[in-house]
Design a protein around this ligand. Structure first.
Ligand code: FAD
Length: 474
């Protein structure tokens, strides 16, 4: 036994740089440690834990049941293992959560003291966040400039494959996946297993389906929640069941993407999709350079914003999808039923929370963290700050999404809204996003069978003006 490979957010065998390099030396103990060292609001959410359970199960199967599971402090466990088995090398792919960076450094130092090689890789991002800098050495805060910079050094590394089967089981360890106790709610478990397939193979299959059937038309279609036009790869990218290089390379080779020439009709769709992948890079990049991104306003002036209390029934109505605004209720219920929400709807519900209800984005971030299957520290924090207007290169504060017009524009036939808010199924389309108008007209709530649907919890015009005047005071 020569090396340890430590799985973290890279639950795959293919294109797993650290794993493949460790196998070149031979005799590898593949390990996963359950050690959620995140501070309180950032401990893994209920839905993420369920996904992790099934993703680990799938990984273990691909490893022919040789994944060694441990629970506890990573440093202690790794130190014990290297001593017990006289291991010479420890390999892992880097993670970028602020607390993980600090802990990894401590482990590296400990291993160095023990004269053990510690070899780490970038397995989760296309570009190493620390390496992208402006000419003057400072870091980018504007997405457009960052994107131009990274395009000048396109990620072109060959994809790697696991060639040898040199993995070893630690037979003195009896921890099983069920001991991780990742599943705390059976009702959540049922919903998540009904909506998602787990593991590397499922991720590859999903990507291929997206490339064949949904990439064409992505640029426009991605904004319509009723269309099945986005990839839904966020969860696979988060858990590392697929690498961003695999996604990038698949898009490139599928469309012979040399320099975005000769793509014809696909060009805009391909460019737009890759640009979304770069947003993922940018979020992590920002968090690496501004470690407080998950909890602190990037723009300090937002510290003075007069947020309202989140302890009241308005916040509860938002979380449970009972605001009286159909597109918002559809989004919040999609989240509760599937662990996912379409990107356009995420923006609408987030804007409603921070602007119309004036509730701090931290509360929205926490609810998403608890319920999202793709909950990702960098993407979630950067996106909430983007919507709130407090982030780097954020949406301007005066951009307040109107849930009525957003619904009419992006779900005009109500395919999405009626699916998640079935009370409104019989409502004529012209009233779908303003149901109160139907109630005020000759139609009665009971006639259209939507008597259980809530009245709106806040007036849009009033709350918009209230938010704008609060923002103007900053
Ligand atoms: P696609 O449209 O297929 O995009 C491809 C990939 O690009 C995604 O899988 C994702 O990895 C990346 N991507 C797409 N949009 C964004 C974006 N705006 N920012 C960063 N990366 C992006 N995404 C998460 O992965 N985890 C989160 O916790 C998360 N929280 C969010 C919170 C809010 C308030 C908002 C507005 C957005 C959030 N997003 C988050 C970003 C985005 O909504 C999701 O990545 C996207 O909806 C995932 O669906 P998809 O895989 O079908 O995306």
């Amino acid at each position: 036994l020569k090396s340890i490979f430590w799985f973290r957010q890279d639950l795959r065998l293919s294109d797993n740089l650290g794993l493949i390099e460790s196998c070149k030396i031979g005799g590898v103990l593949p390990i996963y440690i359950l050690d959620d060292l995140a501070p309180k609001p950032f401990k893994m959410g209920s839905v993420s834990k369920i996904y992790l359970h099934y993703s680990l199960q799938s990984l273990n199967k691909s490893l022919e049941e040789k994944l060694n599971l441990y629970i506890g402090n990573s440093k202690q466990i790794i130190t014990q293992l290297v001593q017990k088995y006289n291991i010479k090398n420890v390999f892992w792919n880097r993670c970028y959560e602020p607390w993980r960076i600090i802990e990894d450094k401590i482990i590296e130092e400990k291993l160095r003291d023990l004269k053990i090689n510690c070899i780490t890789f970038n397995g989760s991002y296309l570009w190493e966040p620390k390496e992208i800098k402006k000419e003057d050495g400072s870091y980018y805060k504007v997405f457009g400039a960052y994107k131009r910079k990274v395009y000048s050094c396109l990620p072109r590394r060959p994809l790697t494959f696991l060639t040898s089967n040199l993995l070893i089981k630690d037979y003195s360890n009896f921890t099983e996946l069920k001991d991780f106790k990742l599943i705390s709610s059976q009702s959540w478990e049922k919903k998540i297993t009904a909506h998602w397939e787990f593991g590397e193979k499922a991720a590859q299959k999903k990507m291929n389906t997206f490339l064949q059937h949904h990439l064409f038309g992505y640029k426009v279609g991605r904004d319509y929640p009723g269309k099945n036009q986005t990839s839904r790869l966020s969860v696979n990218l988060h858990f590392g069941e697929i690498s961003p290089h695999q996604v990038w390379e698949s898009v490139s080779s599928a469309y012979r993407l040399d320099s975005f020439k000769n793509l014809g009709a696909y060009q805009e769709d391909v460019e737009h999709f890759l640009s979304e992948l770069i947003w993922r890079e940018f979020s992590c990049y920002l968090m690496t350079h501004f470690r407080e991104l998950p909890w602190k306003n990037f723009q300090e002036k937002f510290d003075r914003f007069p947020w309202r209390s989140a302890d009241d029934e308005l916040f509860h109505a938002w979380k449970s999808g009972n605001t009286g605004y159909p597109i918002i209720d559809a989004g919040m219920r999609e989240l509760l039923q599937t662990g996912y929400m379409h990107n356009r709807v995420r923006m609408i519900v987030a804007s409603f929370l921070v602007k119309n209800l004036m509730i701090h984005w931290n509360h929205g971030r926490d609810w998403f963290w608890e319920c999202l299957v793709d909950a990702d520290l960098a993407n979630n924090s950067a996106s909430w700050q983007w919507v709130a207007g407090s982030g780097a290169d954020a949406a301007p504060y005066f951009r307040i999404f109107n849930p009525t017009t957003q619904g009419q524009k992006f779900d005009s036939q109500g395919e999405y809204t009626k699916k998640f808010v079935p009370e409104l199924e019989k409502l004529p389309s012209k009233y779908l996003f303003e149901p109160w108008k139907a109630f005020g007209s000759a139609l009665q709530k009971s006639e259209i069978n939507c008597s259980s649907y809530s009245s709106f919890i806040v007036d849009l015009k009033f709350s918009r003006e209230r938010a704008l005047s609060a923002y103007k005071m900053l």
